[in-house]
Design a protein around this ligand. Structure first.
Ligand SMILES: [Fe+2]
Length: 299
């Protein structure tokens, strides 16, 4: 029933700090109903909403629904005993609202995803293919480096299986793969390997959100931009194991992470989920010690 991730929302202590950080990351920001919202250049869809509050905390997650599935969502919620709730303060009122098993408010929007900003073909001379002939890549690689769309977000949870059962059994997502005892990745059907997922932890929290950029060059150039603006170096460049995407993460001002990705696996209806005992990265430096630290306030 869920067709994709629409946006995520955090409570943060300082909207001005948030605005500077998200702009350095490559998003466009504006004030809306007292909140700060951020979008990808060239995409008409809110991707991040930040609400002023004393401490950083996950505020809600928002998804779009496949056309014509709203009635089956209502039926599934009723069957599961999940009540519909009022929108939390600071959120847009539209759509259907409920709480997941961790108590996080979830917005379900009966609308389509806005198209991602168009990207030019990236021609490569790799493996046995020779696509780029007579063109100097270094002169083209800097042309389009900004985020095109929000791809996925991962949350900390103390009850990974219950959360997985809820989002698959009630809201229609499917398990793409697992990392043994630690992470579950979920998909919304053919397309990106994961749009959502959970990392086992002592308590709920926001771990990271990830935005697609047009190329591996765009990831590295964006990381350079953040560094040149005095931001912490973060983790990357690397290629993930599960999902296979190139990545670079930057720490956000509140102890969680934001990621650029490119070249993520695309799954089809025949995809078979595995339970893997692998590190998170295929190559690149190992993650910083703080990468899986959940410092989000409880309750
Ligand atoms: Fe990610």
């Amino acid at each position: 029933m869920i067709s994709g991730l629409h946006h995520y929302a955090l409570e943060v202590p300082d909207l001005a700090v948030a605005k500077g950080f998200l702009q350095d990351f490559g998003l466009e920001t504006r004030e809306k109903d007292g909140a700060l919202v951020a979008q990808c250049p060239g995409r008409d869809q809110e991707q991040v909403r930040l609400v002023q509050a004393p401490v950083k905390r996950l505020h809600h997650v928002s998804f779009t629904l496949r056309p014509g599935t709203l009635d089956s969502v209502h039926e599934a919620l009723e069957r599961n005993g999940t009540p519909v709730i009022e929108p939390p303060a600071g959120a847009a009122a539209d759509g259907l609202w409920l709480r997941d098993p961790d108590g996080t408010p979830v917005q379900l929007l009966d609308e389509a995803q806005a198209p991602a900003r168009m990207a030019a073909e990236v021609l490569a001379n790799v493996g046995g293919t020779r696509q780029r002939v007579g063109v100097a890549q270094w002169q083209r690689a800097t042309e389009d480096v900004m985020p095109r769309r929000l791809g996925h977000t991962l949350l900390f949870t103390p009850q990974r299986e219950q959360m997985t059962d809820f989002y698959t059994g009630v809201l229609g997502l499917a398990v793409s793969d697992r990392i043994k005892g630690l992470v579950t990745f979920l998909n919304a059907g053919p397309g990106d390997h994961h749009i959502f997922g959970f990392i086992s932890s002592s308590h709920p929290g926001f771990h990271h959100a990830s935005f697609e950029v047009p190329s591996i060059d765009a990831i590295a150039l964006s990381a350079d931009r953040m560094r040149s603006r005095g931001r912490d170096a973060g983790w990357g460049l690397g290629r993930h194991t599960i999902g296979s995407n190139f990545f670079h993460y930057n720490p956000d001002p509140w102890g969680s992470w934001i990621e650029w990705f490119s070249d993520i696996d695309q799954i089809d209806d025949c995809w078979v989920a595995g339970d893997w005992d692998v590190p998170p990265h295929l190559w690149g430096a190992p993650p910083p010690e703080t990468f899986l630290r959940n410092i989000e306030a409880r309750g």
